[in-house]
Design a protein around this ligand. Structure first.
Ligand code: F6R
Length: 615
């Protein structure tokens, strides 16, 4: 939700900021804007639409160069994606520029006050009020950081703010509450950004900004305080991946690159978590073993694709540990007053670690005394910081809006947690755990094999580009895979797509089946779950009898399905519970290719943003 960059240093600040915005465009692409301090004043440019529109504007009407600048790429909340609503927002004298990510919940009241005091509020955004308030405070205290603290104390909601003032050249000030902001530490230069990808070309040294903190950047250093002005504790860290990890690396889209990176991402997520004897070592889960032993239930909270990972985790957790496990959409969780206590283990799954719905669920769970374990891909993000423990997925930066490699690594992390719970609670013998770990260790190669056989899937996707609807069916762990396949198709191809538990079909959705409707069916392994397998074969026959075009994803060697499949997609043999790790991959490729065939923007689907930091 909105990308923010700020810079002060020896380079052309505008170039640094625009390059940073390019890296952050996945966060929102409804409009973009920049402001630079130069020649004793403030120069700005902003344009509706993608960053290219702003770049063109800057080419046609260049701004003066300077060493202090900020920029913003927007995912619209208050006010449509117009030039006027684009950030930065200024005060009426044009001396302050501010960019904002989040929602200022009391903006209507503040706006009314400002109008009474004679301010001319020109946009429909909640953000603009901050520019006017900063100008007022600055005129009395003459210090932008102090003005920011005063203003932040008046704001309600979620915000990352970055501001500059023409009367304080060489200074960039930022603030954060419930929304991300990281400091990049260079040599005589400093950066502020929504995430480290924006400055990874320049430095890998970063400072995590805590909740309710204000940071002031000057070329000779940074000062960080809380909103009251007291010196704040800070955590410095080193980013352990480089710029090339955030580049497309020869692929047309980040999504293609990220799909291709899955074998490595899966292997990396296992790395360091299995000892030489093949046993599990999850020392990073700092929740004491007795707490895990005494847990009476597990509740998983997550959104979107991460929620689907949670649905799959439930099967593994209940099977391996026999602890009841609930999976809940984070956005629904706290509003139904869930029953939680100190014996509840809550697992929050989030790629970004910034999803507001999930963060609020984490806070609610902790307030009720539950222990929270985060499964997260983004080091230093808010959800792991506010959790009792974290298991990081090692997918590397995921830039495409549609989640792929993060999903597979979330699954791996969930399996590890389930096994760990089985280990500490004694519901799984050491041999059994080692056997699953051996199976997990082979998944990376299995995913690689799936990726090598995707050309027919791409061909099939292209042939379906004119369709309006695709249905997805699955049973057991194949059901969340079906949901994930449908979500990918909706968000990328903008097609009506729905995932169903195959057994539910006859309770209503079968009425949707008509002549030539593509129906993707995820078939469970015939080994281990033979009852389920037989049932889904019957389901395939039922839909085929009604004219559907069946696209069947089945294990290598499973010949029973062949007669009923109009298109057969083979996946390697895996243990039943691990099948989602391979069965999801063709569905990602399918959605990506269909979106491309329909001329859609694969990495930046309409109306979406990568990191959803509003509720
Ligand atoms: C879909 C997708 C989203 C995210 C969801 C949660 O492809 O990417 O559904 O999974 O917004 O995001 P995180 O995992 O960052 O909390």
């Amino acid at each position: 939700m909105c990308g923010i960059v700020g810079y002060v240093g020896g380079q052309s600040a505008l170039d640094v900021v625009v390059a940073g915005l390019k890296r952050l465009e996945y966060r929102g692409y409804d409009s973009a804007g920049v402001a630079v301090l130069a020649d004793g004043g403030l120069a700005t440019a902003k344009k509706a639409g993608k960053l290219v529109n702003l770049e063109k504007e800057l080419k046609d009407r260049p701004l003066p160069s300077g060493s202090t600048a900020l920029g913003h790429t927007r995912w619209a909340t208050h006010g449509g994606p117009t030039d006027a609503n684009a950030h930065p927002h200024l005060d009426n004298a044009g001396r302050v520029a501010v960019v904002h990510n989040g929602i200022i919940e009391n903006f209507a009241l503040l706006r009314a006050e400002l109008i009474t005091r004679g301010h001319d509020v020109v946009s429909e955004t909640d953000s603009e009020v901050v520019g006017h308030l900063l100008a007022e405070s600055f005129s009395s205290c003459g210090d932008l950081a102090e003005a920011m603290r005063q203003v932040c104390r008046r704001l309600e909601g979620a915000f990352t703010l970055v501001a500059v003032h023409a009367d304080e050249p060489g200074v960039v000030v930022g603030a954060r509450r419930n929304s991300p902001l990281v400091v990049g530490v260079g040599d005589g230069e400093y950066f502020l950004a929504s995430d480290v990808t924006a400055f990874i070309d320049h430095t890998r040294a970063a400072i995590e900004l805590g909740q309710d903190q204000v940071v002031e950047l000057r070329r000779d250093g940074v000062t960080i305080t809380d909103f009251a002005g007291d010196t704040a504790d800070v955590r410095s860290y080193h980013v352990d991946w480089d710029a090339s990890a955030a580049e497309k690396g020869g692929y047309d889209y980040f999504m293609l690159k990220e799909i291709a990176e899955q074998p490595k991402a899966v292997a990396d997520t296992l790395l360091g978590r299995i000892d030489v004897a093949g046993s599990l070592t999850l020392d990073e889960i700092r929740i004491p073993a007795e707490v895990l032993r005494e847990a009476t239930k597990v509740v998983i909270v997550a959104c979107g694709t991460a929620f689907h990972a949670g649905l799959i985790a439930k099967y593994a957790i209940e099977h391996w540990t026999r602890i009841p496990c609930e999976v809940e959409l984070a956005s629904e969780f706290r509003y139904r007053d869930p029953i939680l206590d100190e014996r509840t283990l809550v697992i929050a799954i989030s790629q970004s670690g910034e999803t507001m719905d999930t963060l609020m669920a984490v806070r609610h769970a902790r307030e009720q005394g539950a222990r929270v374990l985060a499964i997260c891909n983004t080091n230093g993000s808010t959800i792991p910081r506010e959790s009792d423990a974290v298991l990081y997925t090692h997918a590397g930066p995921e830039v495409a809006v549609a989640s792929t490699k993060a999903f597979l690594t979330q699954l791996v992390a969930c399996y590890l947690v389930a096994l760990y719970l089985g280990q500490v609670r004694g519901t799984q013998a050491g041999d059994e755990i080692r056997a699953v770990i051996r199976d997990l260790a082979e998944i990376s190669t299995a995913v690689e094999r799936v990726l090598e056989t995707m050309e027919p899937v791409r061909e099939l996707a292209r042939s379906l580009a004119a369709k309006n609807t695709v249905l997805f069916l699955g049973r057991h762990v194949g059901y969340p895979v079906a949901l994930e396949g449908a979500l990918k198709l909706k968000e990328l191809a903008y097609m009506h797509a729905e995932g169903f538990a195959a057994g539910e079909l006859k309770h209503g959705p079968i009425a949707l089946i008509d002549e030539d409707l593509p129906v993707v069916v995820v078939v469970p392994s015939p080994r281990g779950h033979s009852v389920l397998h037989d049932k889904i074969v019957s389901n395939i026959q039922e839909i085929r009898a009604r004219g559907a075009r069946t696209i069947v994803i089945a294990e290598e060697g499973d010949e029973t399905v062949s007669p009923y499949a109009d298109h057969l997609i083979r996946i390697p043999v895996t243990p039943a519970l691990l099948q989602p790790l391979v069965a999801t991959v063709p569905l990602q490729v399918f959605a990506c290719e269909l979106a491309t065939a329909r001329g859609n923007e694969v990495d930046q689907p309409r109306n979406l943003a990568k990191s959803v930091t509003v509720e």
